[in-house]
Design a protein. Sequence first.
Length: 379
Amino acid sequence: MKRPKPRKGQRPWQRRRSLSSTLRWPAESDRTATLLAAAEHARLELLRSDPELVLGSLCFLVEEARVTMTTGVLCKLINNIEKVIVGKREVIELALVALLCEGHILIEDVPGTGKTTLAKAIARSLGCSFQRIQFTPDLLPSDVTGIYFFNQKTQDFEYRPGPIMAHVVLADEINRATPRTQAALLEAMQERQVSIDLETKMLPRPFLVLATQNPVELEGTFPLPEAQVDRFLMKIGLGYPSEADENEILLRYERQDPLDTLEPVLSSEALLELQRMIPSTAVEKSVREYLVRVTRATRGHPAVELGVSPRGTLALYKSAQALAVARGRNYVIPDDIKHLAPVVLTHRITIHPQTRLRGRTAEQVISDIVDSVPVPVET
């Protein structure tokens, strides 16, 4: 190699640098390929020596990476929603658990606690379509599902989609609509489709219904039938914020509504991938049997008139899987079931009138049942 001549006024170390710059280094892609080839060679050598150990280790690493990735994405989603909903991280986590299970949420709380804002924040964080339906006594089923109308230009009937054809649907004050209109949601919530004029229209995915009802004003309302209440995966309430959280709300909303600037952090396609991953969460036999004992205990409890159905058992099972992944585990523990039982099972039982006269609520009954069932321990 010919040594380059130093330029006029060039220092010795500058001359050495110019000399090294004339050498040809391998490209970045070549070094990466070399490292990958070496890693593949090492993997094959280990595979020849102990195949079962290598395959088990690879499966474990893949599963750990999957759970870590999912947990990180969900934390990012929760943090984004918390920019709007202050001090309600647990409620947001439960809403995302329902979203991962492809379930629906019934929110029962007083006005002004952030029910509508929560639904909008979830939709905007996912970049999904959002529709709000204000339920009133004169609302018709076609106002929810859509109608066929005659287009005079085309001389043919065309379908005009209703607000149910959205990814996130807020059914505001659902108990103010007539049972006929409430029933229009049954097929949509359970089968994710609507039937109009002998035709079936599939709903978009993901699909989430957040229904709200006011527990204070009961005049002019129509209580939801048991068949429809059972379609909701969870029944939750936001409640009033603490003093510190209420001060933070004033500061955050002082100049601008943070909902206006909320950006999507997860696409609907990525959410569908996460939903498909939830069923692979491991549930050990003793934990599964513990879950079944909890739900079956509601059917024989003296304070309960109507216990939890098998649909409720399945809902608790799926919710526990989703909660485990949201908390960074690929397996379910009994604490997951204990945490979810009040929000998943309370609205699925009917307590005796005598129990209600004694001042006991369904939440207290479920809490007593969960405490009475022995928890499996590791041996």
